[in-house]
Design a protein around this ligand. Structure first.
Ligand SMILES: Cc1cc2nc3c(=O)[nH]c(=O)nc-3n(C[C@H](O)[C@H](O)[C@H](O)COP(=O)(O)OP(=O)(O)OC[C@H]3O[C@@H](n4cnc5c(N)ncnc54)[C@H](O)[C@@H]3O)c2cc1C
Ligand code: FES
Ligand code: FES
Length: 1331
């Protein structure tokens, strides 16, 4: 079969419209088809690999056999269009629009403030929509399951869940009433008169859900499906052909003549391989129209399930069957259901097939260990005939390989009933509770001789312990024929330990953890079995603790803020919870992000070539790339007409490496081509030769040894630590390592540079926080004046500090390509490239020495910070400075000494990230305080309290401040969280439970707002009033989801005394407001708000004479009159900002305008056997003065907290020993998902607070709360301490951040973890570096 031949016509529907495609390319996924071909850009690209949900759409199909229509959510990024013949696709544009009618799901997510940057919103909407199509009144469990595969980096999920919750029958209830703790049973300690409290949204306003309004399924597709003359379909693409047979015989023939061609069902294995590993399949066979693969047949022994059934179908089938039989018969069914609920996401399960999962033979497949342990078998067919093959240890041969012959096809899978006395269990442990491949996963089955505890059969399989599913056959042999008791199990653990050995360098790392999990999961199985034997009256033993799953019901939460004063005019929006101004268009998919801008004529796409070595000389050969179809040019450093480097603090950073590279991921050249696919293929064809240079440096320890630092290093002190250390009761030294953090903005770095065509003028549309920097960088690079470049930013799909400096470099390279080719060039990074190239939050190693008295007062502390800057300095020196300026946090330590260095390593250069070093800095101090508390045997909150600033205070850099509101936040938080009573309850819980522990912590923060570099605090605005009275506001701030435009609209509305509906903000651009500062440092509203206010006041004043002449006139009449009286209706506003400074020689200054204060209390429940935990409750009290917009500010608080929770407990960047970032997508790098939301999540804005230093007495809030995510870390540490104490371990212990399940479990030092031999560091090459 050859490409280029005439193929069939592909026919499907999108949003009720028929799509026919005569040249369907099998390599085209639905996502690019929607976005590029149909210009339906509401569906977003976030990862391309099924891991983020941004591309979620709904697929509907008619099933002739049952005459029903099924609807299911899918990831458009993994769905080949060729798979869609006969299907109807609904995208976010198809369910509602601002031009017609918005859909209730769109409305509720938006109005509940569930859309900040909005990039995840269409995906969220579609997941929820698909759920509602199947279940108009879902339960909370249904909602959290439906949203489990959709990531949001901004909101923290709480408002999304609250918006969706309004569809529940018992809205606002956790629905566990009668079955445990129900929210309705909990009387909030602080609420007396709930009715009087202002609400963030009013659900009575919501449109009702009316299923009759939904799009009907196209009748034409029903006819198509009913027609009996189904024919084989064939599609030919540029490189790949696709054939879709209609009968099993035909499929068998195709497969036997093309044994290498994959059978593509859900494409969730083949798709990512093609996309990320560059695997090319010249022929793809699609068996989805072969009905035999979907047959389900029940027999007396069990059920045969068609191998083509999706995992969701398998789950529903088993859920339907299980209650129809006695429990003893359905042990295996229930174990599979349990596993299926946690496998992937709803979108993945809706397409991934049972046969595909088995044949993918992943090392950590969740189903295979259970199917194998459960004695399942497969029926396979080939032109050699049919046979049945058992899914046992002989079936799984190696990574991705099974015993089946290449031409064999699995037709169905037999899932047997279990017998009386037979128990099956499925257990898994994953880095994140949902949407994550397991670290270790198991299937275990035991069958007892009649009514005895003697084991007749046992089978145990593990995933995650080798290249494929492995059997613990020797362990089983040690158990079989023996009584199931402590002695047998004790022996079994020892055999298992010897049987499943992992070398210390095993791929995937976590060797000790994985080995200990094999034991602890077997122990869990043991507890389950004992419980069942007891229930059956087979044994009478006193049972050890029964381990229940971690709690998971998300309950309604509280958000408290101040009412605006009764005297405030109803039209004045300041202080009210106004919805994000673009939330509705974000929810309908109409909001335009950079890559949604339509293609311009002749536009090219760019892809970069990056280094695969950490330190080497390079030569490049681009000849082959230039020969490829569609490739137009290759851009190298030689093409840069202006500055080839960016110089910061005296260090040069090359835009494109010329002769030498200093990290993996460094950009070397860029390929421009007519399409994205061609650009990527061109980039892959560029040949780089490397000559390795010696001794790359990766870790903080390496840099200390080799003295590899960027200068200047910073030092600060007050008092005299050396002398003070001599006077203290006790001294202690400690160390904690904090990992970095990937920004994971949902919209990857995106830009489009368009040459205007005359006088070297360029328009740059860039997703950046700092348009002026981008403008200047492009001008410098092209060697043209800044007045030839305009930079435009409509909105960003998240940024978090990552779209400042790195974006300017990427935009500069794009501009070079635009200049060289004289064509518009678009550059949108793939998620993997974005993660590889653009750096992250700085990892920090903190070492401290602390001296304290027996009464708990800390007298002196000496702290050293090593921040891993990577291969270029970027903003690292400023990060280092901010670390030192926050090292005191809330504490008045009289003798304090801090030293901080930016370590120069051969890793990608790290950059700004929300908090800018503060989350790392304070973590180290708080850990130190925790150690002091442990050493003194006192609660940590007491030690914190003793050492807090009190009364008029001065920081270690001699800035005066009043900590009054900081202390109020602390006291309020203790009360609101009922801290003392809960502390006691936690201790009691811990006494009663051996394998589950609870922990609680309360942590304060004092966070400095504004830039210490004074010039960065200025801001400008431009306000035009048009003749019809409509107002256009522009200011220097950029919208990245933080709601700055909404707040600016509120400011303009108050100052001009007109409703916000008359005010529009279209974009941020350098030709309207020049020389802007970055939207960063939590200072955007403070600075730009004042500038907008200034411009509006000028305008309002100019209208004064007109108003006096006609005091009763309308706004429009005044504007009209002013125009005819030749009064300028345009004004610029300017804000100089505070004159802040920091003198590092004198170690003193006024680097901040003021402080934002907050306190957070968190409680967690930890499963000590697996390290899995759940945040049970979070209470945050924040002083943000008088909030300009409480819903926006609470959104910032919740989102930042969840980002902090990710930083301190979940997110791990893993580098290979040669400096390659392994974690380059959501499959490997886990940000918090909906399963991580605290079960109760209360936020209170401190009442009666004001701030004379910022607009309308508000305070900056974008960054501070990230650090409070560490409260979860310290609660975990508290729970771990309780577990250690059961093992007889007391005293401070080391727990690095993030406190992942791996670290928490190992720190618990259970009898199982203690059994694992630890390889001596240095005796082996670890799989990943500890940077
Ligand atoms: C984001 C994401 C998260 C995931 N999470 C998990 C998880 O937590 N746990 C887990 O276990 N898995 C997980 N998976 C893996 C997923 O379950 C498998 O990729 C899926 O089951 C494969 O089925 P498919 O139909 O998509 O296979 P495809 O990609 O269509 O095909 C896979 C392979 O199976 C072969 N094949 C398919 N059907 C047959 C058949 N009937 N006979 C013979 N060969 C056949 C094909 O030739 C091909 O080689 C995840 C995948 C993704 C993308
Ligand atoms: S883009 Fe499809 S799941 Fe991320
Ligand atoms: S609003 Fe969800 S990613 Fe920004």
């Amino acid at each position: 079969m050859s490409a280029g031949t005439e193929g069939d016509t592909l026919c499907f529907f999108i949003n009720g419209k028929k799509v026919t495609e005569n040249h369907a390319d099998p390599e085209t996924m639905l996502l690019s088809f929607l976005r590029e071909k149909l210009r339906l850009t509401g569906t977003k690209y976030g990862c391309g690999g099924g891991g983020c949900g941004a591309c979620t759409v709904m697929v509907s199909r008619y099933q002739p056999a049952t005459k029903t229509i099924i609807h299911y959510a899918v990831n458009a990024c993994l769905l080949p269009i060729c798979q869609l013949h006969g299907a109807a696709v609904t995208t976010v544009e198809g369910i509602g629009s601002t031009k017609t009618r918005i859909h209730p799901v769109q409305e509720r997510i938006a109005k509940a403030h569930g859309s900040q940057c909005g990039f995840c919103t269409p995906g969220m909407v579609m997941s929820m929509y698909a759920l509602l199509r199947n279940k108009p009144q879902p339960s909370m469990e249904d909602i959290t399951q439906a949203l489990a595969g959709n990531l949001c980096r901004c909101t923290g999920y709480r408002p999304i869940v609250d918006g969706c919750r309004t569809f529940c029958q018992e809205a606002n209830c956790c629905q566990t009433n009668g079955g445990g703790d129900c929210c309705l049973d909990v009387k909030d300690e602080t609420d007396e008169q709930d009715d009087e409290k202002p609400q963030l949204f009013n659900k009575d306003e919501f449109l009702p859900l009316d299923p009759t309004q939904e799009l009907i399924f196209p009748p034409e597709l029903i006819l198509m499906a009913e027609s009996s003359n189904l024919k084989t379909l064939t599609f030919y693409g540029e490189r790949t052909s696709w054939v879709s047979p209609t009968s099993l015989d035909e499929l068998v023939q195709l497969r036997s003549s093309n044994p290498k061609a994959p059978l593509v069902m859900g494409n969730t294995n083949i798709g990512p391989d093609m996309k990320f590993k560059g695997v090319l399949h010249p022929l793809i066979i699609s068996p989805t129209r072969v009905l035999e693969l979907f047959d389900v047949t029940q027999t007396a022994q069990g059920v045969w399930v068609g191998a083509g059934c999706s995992l969701s179908e398998v789950q529903s089938l088993l859920e339907k069957l299980a209650p129809q039989f006695p429990e003893e018969k359905t042990e295996l069914f229930r174990a599979l259901i349990r596993q299926l609920r946690n496998l992937g996401s709803q979108q993945i399960r809706n397409v991934a097939s049972l046969g595909g999962n088995i044949m993918s033979a992943y090392p950590n497949s969740d189903l295979n260990p259970v199917l194998a342990a459960g004695n399942c078998k497969v029926s396979v067919v080939s032109n050699g005939g049919r046979r049945e093959v058992h899914l046992n240890q002989d079936f799984f041969v190696s990574f991705g390989k099974t015993v089946l012959k290449p031409e064999e096809i699995i037709v169905s899978v037999f899932i047997p009933f279990t017998r009386e006395g037979e128990f099956v269990s499925a257990l898994r442990q994953a880095p994140r509770k949902e949407g994550a491949f397991a670290t270790v996963t198991t299937g275990m089955r035991v069958f007892f001789s009649e009514r005895s505890r003697v084991v007749q059969e046992v089978s145990i399989y593990y995933g995650g312990m080798g290249p494929t599913t492995v059997s613990a056959a020797k362990t089983c042999a040690a158990i079989v024929s023996k009584p199931w008791d402590d002695e047998t199990l004790g022996r079994a653990y020892d055999v298992l330990l010897d049987e499943l050995v992992l070398p210390p360098s095993a791929p995937g790392g976590k060797v000790e953890f994985r080995r200990s999990l094999t034991l602890s999961l077997l122990f869990k199985f043991n507890l389950e079995v004992l419980q069942k034997l007891r229930e059956m009256n087979v044994i009478k033993d006193e049972l050890p603790e029964r381990i229940r799953p971690l709690p998971r019901d998300i309950q309604p939460s509280l958000q408290e803020y101040q009412h605006v004063s009764k005297d405030q005019s109803a039209q004045d929006p300041v202080g009210r919870p106004i919805m994000h101004r673009s939330a509705i268009s974000q929810a309908t998919g109409e909001a335009v992000y950079c890559d949604d801008i339509p293609r311009t004529d002749g536009e090219l796409f760019m892809a970069v070539v990056t280094s695969s070595r950490a330190h080497a000389k390079i030569t490049l050969d681009v000849s082959e790339a230039l020969r490829l179809p569609g490739v137009v040019d290759v851009i190298t450093a030689k093409d840069i007409p202006g500055k080839k480097v960016r110089t910061v603090f005296g260090y040069d950073e090359e835009l494109l490496a010329e002769s030498q590279v200093s990290c993996v991921g460094q950009m070397i050249c860029a390929v421009v081509a007519d399409t994205k696919a061609h650009a990527k293929r061109g980039a892959a064809a560029v040949k780089i030769s490397y000559e390795d240079l010696p001794d790359p440096v990766f870790t903080a320890e390496d840099t200390i040894e080799k003295s590899s630092f960027f200068e200047p290093r910073r030092v600060i002190w007050r008092g005299n630590v050396t002398e003070a250390f001599k006077t203290v009761d006790q001294l202690h030294e400690g160390e904690i390592r904090m990992g970095g953090q990937e920004h994971f903005y949902m919209e990857t770095q995106s830009m489009l540079v368009v040459p205007v065509g005359e006088e070297t003028e360029f328009k740059a549309y860039v997703s950046t926080q700092w348009p002026t920097l981008t403008q200047d960088a492009i001008a410098d690079t092209l060697n043209i004046p800044s007045n030839r470049v305009t930079c435009h930013v409509k909105r960003m799909g998240g940024a978090f500090g990552g779209k400042v400096t790195k974006t300017s470099i990427l935009a500069s390279i794009t501009a070079v390509a635009a200049l060289k080719t004289s064509r518009a060039v678009r550059f949108v990074l793939e998620r993997g490239d974005d993660m590889l190239i653009t750096g992250a939050r700085h990892p920090v190693l903190g070492r401290y020495k602390v001296g304290f008295m027996m009464d708990g007062s800390i007298v002196a502390a000496d702290i050293q910070y090593y921040t891993n800057a990577g291969n270029s300095i970027d903003e690292s020196t400023l990060v280092v400075e901010k670390i030192l300026l926050h090292m005191d946090n809330a504490y008045n330590i009289p003798n304090l000494h801090g030293r901080a260095s930016a370590c120069r390593t051969n890793l990608p250069s790290n950059t700004a990230f929300r908090g800018f070093g503060v989350p790392q800095s304070i973590m180290i101090v708080e850990n130190m305080i925790n150690d002091v508390a442990v050493l003194l045997g006192r609660p940590a909150d007491q030690i914190r309290e003793i050492n807090m600033y009190k009364g008029p205070s001065v920081t270690h850099y001699k800035m005066e401040f009043s900590p009054e509101n900081m202390l109020r936040c602390w006291d309020d938080c203790k009360v609101k969280s009922d801290f003392s009573a809960r502390r006691k309850a936690v201790d009691q819980f811990n006494q009663q439970n051996r394998w589950k522990k609870r922990g609680i912590a309360i942590i304060p923060i004092k966070y400095g707002i504004a830039f210490a570099e004074s010039f960065l605090n200025q801001a400008g605005a431009l306000v035009h009033v048009y003749k019809d009275g409509s107002v256009l506001v522009t200011h220097g701030g950029t919208e990245m989801g933080q709601g700055i435009h909404t707040k600016m609209q509120q400011v303009a509305s108050r100052e001009l005394h007109i409703p916000t509906s008359k005010i529009y903000i279209s974009e941020t651009s350098t030709n309207t407001v020049p020389n802007t500062c970055p939207s960063a440092a939590s200072f955007g509203t403070d600075a730009n708000g004042m500038a907008v206010k200034n411009a509006c006041m000028i305008l309002y004043q100019r209208l004064e004479p007109i108003r006096q002449k006609n005091p009763k006139g309308s706004w429009e009449s005044w504007i009209n009159a002013a125009y005819f009286e030749k009064i300028s209706l345009s004004a610029t506003g300017f804000y100089r900002g505070p004159d802040l400074y920091m003198d590092w020689d004198k170690m003193e200054g006024q680097p901040y305008a003021y402080f934002t204060y907050a306190t957070c209390c968190c409680e967690v429940e930890l499963d000590c056997l697996t390290g899995d935990y759940r945040t049970v409750r979070t209470d945050i009290v924040v002083d943000i003065g008088r909030s300009v917009n409480p819903s926006v500010d609470i959104g910032q608080i919740e989102g930042a907290f969840m980002q902090g929770l990710g930083l301190y407990t979940l997110e791990e960047l893993k580098f290979s020993p040669s400096g390659l970032l392994y974690t380059r997508g959501p499959s490997q790098y886990k940000i918090p998902a909906v399963c991580d939301v605290p079960l109760r999540f209360n936020v209170y804005l401190l009442p009666d607070s004001s701030n004379p230093h910022a607009i309308y007495s508000s305070k900056g809030i974008g960054e501070p709360i990230v650090f409070l995510g560490s409260t979860v870390f310290f609660a975990i540490k508290d729970a771990v301490a309780a577990a250690r104490s059961d093992s007889g371990l007391v005293g401070p212990f080391s727990l690095d951040s993030p406190a992942t399940p791996e670290r928490a479990c190992l720190a618990c030092a259970s009898p199982f973890t203690k059994k694992i031999p630890v390889s001596k560091p240095g005796s082996f090459k670890p799989w990943a570096l500890n940077i």
